[in-house]
Ligand binder design. Structure first.
Ligand SMILES: [Fe+2]
Ligand SMILES: [Fe+2]
Length: 170
């Protein structure tokens, strides 16, 4: 059985997101199945696809009221940093690191779609955002202030944390 299989439970019900997520699963399976000789090419295909995937979600967030530094976009950036470091090490001949990253991505991805991407999908539906055109059917549903959190279960808005952190420090 593959490290990660697509199931309908992973759907967030925004077709543009679900199509990209299914492509991600296929590319991850191809990476898993790659021979050592194919590994870096499959890895770079996944990295390139993921870079575009994250950039699209980040752009949709920017268009619908999220701060650039929101926690979902920050998580995308952290993952891309790991993927780029993996590419550097893979090109230097460390193929094991690419296989480790593949296993970690298979663990991380369903959690990310379930929490952050599902929350984004709900936000896009609420605002009536059309990913194909960028049109907003319900601009009145846009947040009044920039969003720093993502609404996902794994995300805590740093500004919401600040009073608690101050209390703990005092
Ligand atoms: Fe996504
Ligand atoms: Fe995402």
């Amino acid at each position: 059985m593959a490290l990660l299989e697509w199931t309908d439970a992973m759907a967030v019900d925004v077709p543009a997101m679900d199509a990209t997520h299914q492509e991600f699963v296929v590319l991850l399976q191809a990476l898993e199945a790659a021979t050592d000789g194919e590994l870096i090419d499959r890895y770079v295909e996944l990295l390139t696809h993921t870079d575009a995937h994250f950039a699209r979600e980040d752009a949709w967030m920017q268009a619908t009221g999220f701060a650039a530094s929101n926690c979902h976009s920050l998580q995308h950036k952290m993952v891309m940093d790991v993927l780029r470091e993996g590419e550097r090490r893979g090109r230097a001949g460390d193929l094991d690191v690419l296989r480790v990253i593949a296993r970690e991505l298979a663990q991380w991805f369903p959690q990310h779609t379930d929490a952050m991407d599902a929350a984004l999908a709900q936000h896009l539906r609420r605002t009536g955002f059309d990913p194909a055109t960028g049109a907003l059917a319900h601009p009145e549903a846009l947040p009044r202030a920039e969003l720093h959190g993502c609404g996902g279960a794994t995300c805590t808005d740093p500004e919401e944390l600040a009073p608690a952190a101050a209390g703990a420090a005092g």
